[in-house]
Design a binder for this molecule. Structure first.
Ligand code: FDA
Length: 320
């Protein structure tokens, strides 16, 4: 493809990503779009159903293919601590139900779904309660990373929860300039880190905005973390569907003398599951993050922004 056409397509897709990320944060759209039937149908591509039972059923099926599951109930920026308490109770029951169904009980939670916008101390108490429940169930709790306004607070929460619990990890975003420093700090605490590229709209003074720069930083950070992993300083999970990148990182890990199972990979439900199964068959520890719940609007629009071609899929649902 000629370089000028490639540049034109890249600029259009960057503009589309920005528009979609703006839509993800727009309250009017959040209140109205979820009522549109064709959008509800399109969402089915990224979640097995709105209820937890559908997610659990999908997890049981994944288990037969050697793929683990992480459950996440969609919701963010709650404005009432009563709602956060209900989220905690829900996840406690999820950990028990997953264990009873023979699925490794793992959850992934958002700090703003547990009250961070209202009261950081309450969010910390909620996270500690869930970390207790995860360790009782012999499971694991991941803390998602939201927009950069929350990075410091989220890492602070993680460090405090990690101080008392070992079955807890945090997500870091390769698009942020600060992440190499955060890795340095977290490797002092034997952290578990899920490295992702980053899904929010961020300004250029905080984040790389060109995809190739984000990819290059992802590779550099993963290599840095593999050396820490080799020294027993941290656990790394590659949260990406970029299989080419995973393979480069895995080769580097092998060269360092790491085992396949130490190069862990996590993907999102509905995206590249065949590749995930192939990585599992090669001996990598892999998990699929299964989202469910009715508050899917902002999360779903971020999925569209990751691959603007997905918008065509939504349009097809509208036409037929
Ligand atoms: P990239 O965007 O380069 O995609 C690589 C390939 O994967 C694409 O070419 C395409 O084929 C496929 N692909 C990727 N996204 C797709 C989509 N939406 N639809 C269809 N195909 C797609 N972010 C964040 O900010 N905080 C968080 O806590 C998390 N948590 C998280 C957990 C896990 C397990 C994953 C996999 C991802 C996240 N993310 C996240 C999202 C992450 O930041 C990122 O936006 C997406 O993973 C897309 O980037 P990739 O790394 O897949 O690469």
């Amino acid at each position: 493809m000629p370089a000028s056409l490639r540049r034109h397509l890249w600029q259009r897709s960057k503009a589309m990503r920005q528009v979609l990320l703006w839509c993800a944060g727009n309250p009017w759209l959040a209140a109205h779009v979820p009522r549109w039937g064709f959008v509800r149908r399109a969402v089915g591509r990224f979640m097995p159903g709105e209820d937890f039972d559908s997610a659990l059923k999908a997890a049981v099926e994944f288990k037969s293919k050697g793929i683990g599951a992480v459950f996440t109930r969609l919701g963010e920026n709650i404005i009432d601590l009563g709602e956060a308490a209900a989220v905690v109770e829900h996840y406690e029951s999820v950990l028990d139900a997953a264990k009873a169904a023979g699925v490794s009980p793992e959850i992934s939670v958002k700090p703003t779904q547990l009250g961070l916008d209202i009261d950081a101390a309450a969010a910390l108490a909620n996270l500690n309660r869930l970390a207790d429940a995860a360790s009782r169930a012999k499971g694991f709790m991941w803390i998602d990373m939201e927009g950069s306004a929350y990075t410091d607070a989220t890492l602070d929460l993680y460090t405090k929860v990690r101080w008392k619990h070992s079955e807890v990890g945090v997500c870091l975003q390769a698009y942020l300039h600060r992440t190499a420093k955060d890795v340095g700090r977290l490797s002092q605490t034997s952290a578990a880190i899920r490295l992702v590229k980053g899904a929010y709209a961020e300004p250029a003074d905080r984040a790389f905005t060109a995809k190739r720069d984000v990819d290059a930083n992802y590779l550099a950070l993963a290599v840095l973390m593999l050396t820490e992993l080799k020294r027993g300083k941290l656990r790394l999970v590659l949260g990406t569907h970029d299989v080419k990148l995973v393979r480069w990182i895995a080769q580097f890990g092998m060269a360092l003398g790491l085992e396949h199972e130490q190069i862990e990979v996590a993907m999102l439900y509905g995206i590249r599951t065949g590749e995930l199964a192939r990585l599992a068959a090669e001996g990598h520890r892999v998990v699929d993050l299964i989202a469910y719940g009715s508050a899917w609007y902002p999360w779903y629009v971020r999925r569209l922004a990751e691959r603007p071609a997905n918008v065509l899929f939504v349009a097809r649902q509208m036409l037929g």
